[in-house]
Write a new protein. Sequence first.
Length: 463
Amino acid sequence: DKRYKVPRPLGTGPSSFIPVQEILQEGAKNNDRQIFIEAFVSTGRVDHLLVVMGLHPEYLTSFWKTQYYLLQMDGPLPYPYRHYIAIMASARHRCSYLVNLHIMDFLQAGGNREWLNGLNFAPQKLRNLNEINKLLAHRPWLITKEHIEALLTTGENSWSLAELIHAVVLLTHYHSLSSFVFGCGINPELDHEGGHSFRPPSPRACDSDSCLRVEDYVNGHGLDNQGIDIADSIIAGDAMQEVEALMARMKLLQECRLDEEASQEEMATRFEKEKRESLLVAPSADEREFALPNVSRFVEDPEFGYVDFTRRGEQTPPTLRAQDYSWEDHGYSLINRLYSEVGQLLDEKFQIVYNLTYHTMAMHCGVNTSMLRRAIWNYIHCIFGIRYDDYDYGDVNQLLERSLKIYMKTVACYPERTTTRMYNGFWRHFKHSEKVHVNLLIQESKMQAALLYVLRAITRYMT
Ligand SMILES: *[C@@H]1O[C@H](CO)[C@@H](O)[C@H](O)[C@H]1NC(C)=O
Ligand SMILES: *[C@@H]1O[C@H](CO)[C@@H](O)[C@H](O)[C@H]1NC(C)=O
Ligand SMILES: *[C@@H]1O[C@H](CO)[C@@H](O)[C@H](O)[C@H]1NC(C)=O
């Protein structure tokens, strides 16, 4: 009976993937609470996103500084514009969580309420960002100097170069943050649209592959309920073996490395093979567990997405060789010249996330994880067509299991399609904080990839 339905919070705690207890437990190990206090003082709240990111305090500090600088410090763009750009970027990935956060910030910064009715109500100058927003979110390799030129030379609605840099950093920041939000199953804040649901609690007690396999096992072997304990421990054993196998492969790769290097041609071939195959790695058409609030009023051409392998004739992204345009040698120095504090903050953030390690892997301590982190970073760049000449993409195949690749590609390219099942499906014996760590790598690697393409186009326009 409808009369007795009371709204209940959708999901409990900050993430629908990670049990609250785990966040508290793992979070408690970090005594660095200062960042939460700062966040609370400056925004009046500590949102779900920060709590989950706070599992990695060193990263969070750097992230927070950068975001604070982009949104709150003196800069080329007026404050309401910054939040409107955040809304446009997040809406591209249908990330209503971030859209809602910035609708509130936009109004607080004195933004015109009318613009919130949709893009058609915003000034032409902002609407002109549509094309580059779309390309940066889904196919950054298509950005050319003509796109840059069009934005910089359209009369009264022209962007200055400084404004444009501010805008593209904001766009890439929010595209990649949308990946984090979906990748970690961040729950809506209670005061947001969609934060409550009239749905009955889910009858499904479990939603992971491992649960299914318990049932298969039990049915197949005619066990009664008591058997589930046994089946559980068999699966735990499986997952444990996966960790051992991964450890062994890392060790082997390290040892082989000393023996012989593949030729340059062979290395190039391995990259192209991995890139082609990554097109075929795609999420299944799983239904979302609940509908997302509709943010399409902030989106133009909603059908445009990452290259779609099911469509005939779609090309793989062309290859960008990092030696021709890399962050360290080209991107960083350009952005540093045009918007220097942000250049430095970004560089520091990339380094922190790339270097971040606790020397642990699942239940093992004292592990050198650098090979695994590099494989994750480079696989995301590979999906976006960026190749490192000195990297052997054979390693990606050795180290990243298929379910992890599917998860990574989904989070990076179609984040709104991430499901609990995908999250649970990879690294079944790893800690949640380790899965959040993977998300940080995906997020930053994706941001850097998109920045590389747009900065290259700006360089080409300027020369
Ligand atoms: C979302 O809203 C737009 C109008 O803002 C409407 O045209 C569209 O049909 C809606 N989509 C869904 C799935 O409800
Ligand atoms: C990251 O590691 C590199 C290489 O070891 C080092 O040069 C750099 O200073 C480190 N950066 C940070 C921020 O820790
Ligand atoms: C960890 O392994 C990488 C290669 O995978 C190596 O370059 C690095 O020196 C190692 N770090 C330590 C501390 O042994």
